[in-house]
Design a protein around this ligand. Structure first.
Ligand code: BGC
Length: 488
């Protein structure tokens, strides 16, 4: 997990795409890098104590590809990398915490980028399968919940459309990068990611699942959308935005092809799946992981005039904004397009439930970071009442969806502690724990204390404060969280 591990070149780890990117001046806010991050590589035992003290029964983390296979398929497995994750898994299990492991979270050995362009090339599929299999072989005896790829849609958008993540590819009007094509590259990259997922999941099914008895899924980043104007065109635009982002990832894995709207607007640029591939895609999911933070307004750009970036097929001819007449859709947070809109959680879960026949779901990320202030002090940062409010409201919305029949099996707060927040660096803080950048000391915020009380049912600060009649909400959540293992 690049955002917390640090130990950038220790014990045989090779540099990955982010390690290199961070050192290109101007890439990351304040010139921050992930070289040390939260030093979790050396402090994981302390961190597992913290996790345990919260009373959670599950912890999600990802494997750093360049730590386990520094040269990809060309080289050997790095025993020290395997040992590190093995120790994490064992120590979690010892404490009765179920590890939920994401195989790929935005980072891969830089060598793959340089040798063949990483995700732009179909060669990446075999590399990924090799990496995934290495994980199943080494950890699958103890890991029962696998997700192959975290947010292929968000990664693709940021790395190949807006060019803000490595390898920083884009073209006008989306950005000014030295190479790339924002209209087409995202389509090829996501295609390779889906096929990589499907191949890895099928190997898991055929070689490991029966023996190891686990489950495998993928994680989609999701926004909910509301019409900017109260007109049919914008209601259609909001639906199209869902198709071009969430369903872009999930439709192929459930129905075997991209959403019909994407076929309609992209024409021949949208890659096709062979019948073999369709078969393997549709057999590749046991559950769907949803990361959800925010809701945006959608404006139609087919019949209405829009700014140039909304007016493109790759955006579904939809213009997205967080504001209507200068008024934000919800309270602002530390990330420019994340607004606090709890009802969006209920609606996105409802959408996934309806569209995908109520397949088992996990909310694999949901969280809040405050807007950055000048001269922030630890004493103020740990008084994060807003984060508590955020979680109460989003959890209450989630429970409304569960009450309405959605098969949601678990919920993960993003994140345990403040960490390397990609291009935002360290001043965008999602943690339940504050991390002092000098001493790396972890300090619980109010939200950590609240969450622990909430989970162990031992406090007065109930989620029931969120909406009237919601003490039942808390019971429903607790039952869900406690029984998710047994149900699958
Ligand atoms: C990513 C996390 C990130 C979070 C907050 C998600 O897109 O999976 O790595 O820290 O959003 O921005």
């Amino acid at each position: 997990m690049l955002q917390i591990e640090g130990a950038v070149l220790e014990d045989g780890k090779s540099p990955n795409n982010w390690d290199v990117f961070c050192h290109i001046p101007g890439s990351i806010k304040n010139g921050d890098t992930g070289d040390i991050a939260d030093d979790h590589y050396h402090r994981f035992l302390e961190d597992i104590e913290i996790i345990h003290s919260l009373g959670v029964n599950a912890y999600r983390f990802s494997i750093s590809w360049s730590r386990v296979l520094p040269r990809g398929r060309l080289g050997e497995v790095n025993p020290k990398g395997v040992l590190f994750y093995s120790k994490i898994i064992d120590n979690l299990l010892l404490k009765g915490i179920e590890p939920y492991v994401t195989i790929y979270h935005h980072n891969h050995p830089q060598e793959l980028e340089e040798r063949f362009g990483a995700w732009l090339s179909p060669l990446m599929q075999e590399e990924f399968v090799h990496f995934a299999e290495t994980c199943f072989e080494n950890f699958g005896d103890r890991v029962k919940y696998w997700t192959t790829i975290n947010e292929p849609n968000l990664f693709t958008e940021l790395a190949y459309l807006s060019g803000r993540y490595p390898p920083a590819h884009c073209s006008a009007p989306f950005g000014n990068c030295s190479s790339g094509n924002s209209d087409t590259e995202p389509l090829f990259v996501l295609h390779n990611m889906l096929l990589s997922h499907a191949k890895a999941a099928n190997i898991y099914r055929h070689k490991y699942q029966l023996k190891q008895g686990g489950f495998i899924g993928i994680i989609a980043n999701t926004f909910m959308y509301e019409p900017l104007r109260d007109i049919e065109l914008d209601r259609e635009a909001a639906k199209r935005a869902l198709a071009f982002y969430t369903a872009w990832v999930l439709d192929p894995l459930v129905f075997g092809d991209y959403p019909p709207e994407m076929r309609q607007y992209h024409g021949n640029e949208l890659p096709r799946f062979t019948s073999e591939e369709t078969k393997s895609l549709t057999q590749s999911l046991d559950f769907i992981g949803i990361n959800h933070y925010s809701t945006l307004y959608a404006k139609d750009c087919i019949h209405s005039t829009c700014s140039s970036d909304g007016d493109r097929a790759i955006q579904g001819f939809v213009y997205l904004t967080g504001e209507r007449h200068g008024v934000p859709i919800g309270e602002r947070t530390g990330i420019w397009r994340f607004f606090i809109v709890p009802r969006g959680m209920e609606k996105i879960i409802e959408y996934v439930k309806e569209r995908y026949n109520n397949m088992p779901m996990f909310v694999t990320e949901n969280g809040y970071s405050p807007p950055e202030q000048q001269d922030e002090q630890e004493e103020d940062l740990v008084q994060d009442a807003k984060q508590i409010e955020f979680h109460k409201a989003y959890l209450a919305a989630l429970v409304r969806a569960i009450r309405n029949g959605a098969d949601v099996r678990g919920y993960f707060i993003w994140s345990l502690m403040d960490s390397f927040e990609w291009v935002y660096g360290y001043n965008t803080r999602f943690g339940l724990y504050h991390v002092d950048r000098q001493t790396l000391r972890r300090t619980p915020k109010l939200s950590a204390r609240w969450y622990a009380k909430f989970l162990t049912n031992s406090g007065h600060n109930h989620v029931a404060d969120a909406t009237p009649g919601s003490s039942k909400i808390k019971d429903a959540i607790l039952t869900r969280l406690k029984t998710q293992k047994a149900e699958m």
